[in-house]
Write a protein that binds this ligand. Structure first.
Ligand code: KDG
Length: 313
């Protein structure tokens, strides 16, 4: 089994080439998306081995995703072909400022049928890290249960667990349900990675220090609170601090920034960096990906990342 395991839903994305509604915009660019797939691409390009667990529909989208996973060097051993359900997709509209609007086509998708039995088959014994996001918990009850199962199995095997809350309100029945589920998953992780706005929604606190404390009281061992362009604030058992973000002249699209950030932090920690240095790497990864309209297309290899970090300082 690989050094890292993640599970979640891959999506085909169509990115609008111009601002406007669906009826106004005629041209879209095809791409790949999905928080955990973005994360998998990020850590793989930085030299780490990851197993990506999902269910793919036996359709052109599923085949396209599988070909990509194989080309990229992501371990496909835990990918299940699903004969009955389709692979999901989404449309990403062009935002002139801030986060773009999105429209999902994923209800009842193959990946939403990921279930605890799928996770039962995974051998966690030689793995070091499990990465889970709130999107997987939001796509279906069975996938939520699969996340819980994965976290329990990881815990039993001494595997370190990171949890990116990754709020997508469109996936939840109510804010209360979302808060309850995400906070109960948070209790099962070692490292939590919420954005500041997510932290406010999930804990009711405004300050990174208080958000971190809320999760530490639930047994979490480390928290990194993403502060957007400003950077990120972290807390571990022995240390805490603010790490400044990298300047970005022109932000094209912020979707995928959190996944790139997580890939930077997790790869850094696996390589023995301090939390401060790992967060700095996470900030750099986030700064790189927001200059592209894709969710993962320009994620860097190690040399490119190091050059970016050197040139920016
Ligand atoms: O974190 C980025 C993801 O949000 C994006 O790639 C697509 O999985 C996706 C989602 O649900 O929005």
């Amino acid at each position: 089994m690989s050094e890292i395991i993640t599970l979640g839903e891959p999506l085909i994305v169509y990115v609008a080439e111009a601002p406007g509604t669906f009826s106004e915009v005629e041209t879209y660019t095809r791409g790949l998306a999905g928080a955990e797939l973005n994360f998998s691409i990020g850590v793989t390009r930085l030299g780490h081995q990851i197993s990506y667990m999902t269910r793919l529909g036996k359709d052109v989208y599923g085949k396209y995703i599988m070909d990509f996973v194989l080309r990229e060097g992501i371990d496909p051993a835990q990918i299940i072909w699903d004969e009955e359900h389709v692979t999901g997709s989404y449309l990403k509209f062009k935002a002139l400022k801030g986060d773009p609007e999105i429209a999902y086509f994923r209800k009842g998708s193959a990946a939403s049928h990921i279930c605890p039995e799928d996770v039962e088959k995974i051998d966690f014994s030689n793995t070091k890290w499990l990465h889970i996001t709130g999107i997987s918990a939001g796509i279906s009850e069975s996938c939520q249960k699969a996340c819980e199962k994965a976290m329990e199995k990881a815990r039993a095997n001494g595997v370190y667990i990171s949890f990116d809350t990754n709020i997508r309100k469109a996936l939840w029945k109510s804010e209360e349900q979302m808060r309850n589920v995400l906070n109960s998953l948070a209790e099962k992780c070692d490292l939590i990675l919420p954005g500041i706005e997510e932290g406010k929604i999930l804990t009711g606190y405004d300050e990174p220090e208080h958000i971190a404390e809320f999760y530490f009281n639930k047994g979490v061992k480390a928290a990194v609170i993403k502060l957007g362009a400003r950077g990120a604030w972290y807390k571990t058992k022995n240390d805490q601090g603010f790490v400044e973000g990298f300047p970005v002249e022109h932000v094209v699209d912020t979707v995928g920034a959190g996944d790139a950030f997580a890939a930077g932090v997790v790869s850094g920690l696996l390589e023995g960096l301090t939390m401060e240095k790992a967060v700095l790497r996470g900030n750099a990864m986030g700064a790189i990906i927001i200059t592209s309209k894709g969710d993962n297309d320009i994620l860097p290899v190690k040399g490119e990342l190091e050059r970016f970090m050197k040139d920016a300082r």
